[in-house]
Design a protein around this ligand. Sequence first.
Ligand SMILES: C[S@@+](CC[C@H](N)C(=O)[O-])C[C@H]1O[C@@H](n2cnc3c(N)ncnc32)[C@H](O)[C@@H]1O
Length: 281
Amino acid sequence: MTRRQALSHARKLLATNNIEGASLEAELLLRYALKIDRIQLYTEPDQGLTPQQEETYRHCIERRLKGEPSAYIVGHREFFGLDFYVDKNVLIPRPETELLVEQAIVRSRKYSAPVIVDVGTGCGAIATSLALNLPNARIYATDVSEVAVNVARCNCQKHRVQDRISLLIGNMLKPLPESVDIIVANLPYVRTTNLPQVNTIGFEPCLALDGGADGLGIIHQLCIQAKDKLLSSGCLLMEIGMGQGTAVTNLLHDIFSQASIKIILDLSGIARVVCLTLPSY
Ligand SMILES: C[S@@+](CC[C@H](N)C(=O)[O-])C[C@H]1O[C@@H](n2cnc3c(N)ncnc32)[C@H](O)[C@@H]1O
């Protein structure tokens, strides 16, 4: 079988089984099985696969057809222009979370050396992106999952920011040794009853998705913890789910009566990030 035939066969198979982006997914899996880049794939389309390569590719396609996300199959995913190692212990970073990183960068610029925490760091994509874009920042990254923190450690080393990011295991802000200027958080916000509708369910860790009965249980706890850990003029930035803007704004108003609260929309007009800024005392 040639590369061209392998690609065409898998594209059809994935599309017939309603896999979104079947064409790109087939290409990603073939490149992974053959260990080649895009240019090699398209400049030498008539090269044949070895029996071992055919077997690896077939196995990848089978896994994808069973619903396993391609990022877990190939072991990495791009986020904020950087490549991150991922496995089943961490949520696969989503493109919509890049807005949270952009906002954190903009708000950190008023500090010469901001102290930042990424809460629920998962694979460490947010903390690493911030470290690389804010060379003077000192960054903490926390997660309650020890196995997730191990993945974050791999990514900090991969991007050579291990000396700039302190990884801490524990409940949100509890392990922090000091107060911070900026809190950034993409915490679980899916209602427990909606979990079966998440198309990666059974593959991504529930701990990374389940936000409790109303989806806001963990976000609410973070807002309470932030009261003791956010410095004057500091900023709390949280990603939220669709339709959660008003509820999160209300709970923030109850806890921080003096703060200014802003909702930031993504490019599709969906309320995606809540930004709270404390007054200077
Ligand atoms: C939605 S995932 C986000 C992962 C990563 N920040 C990203 O954006 O790709 C939420 C993360 O929060 C972590 N988490 C859940 N409950 C937590 C808690 N109480 N304290 C700290 N981390 C928590 C999960 O283990 C998971 O890694």
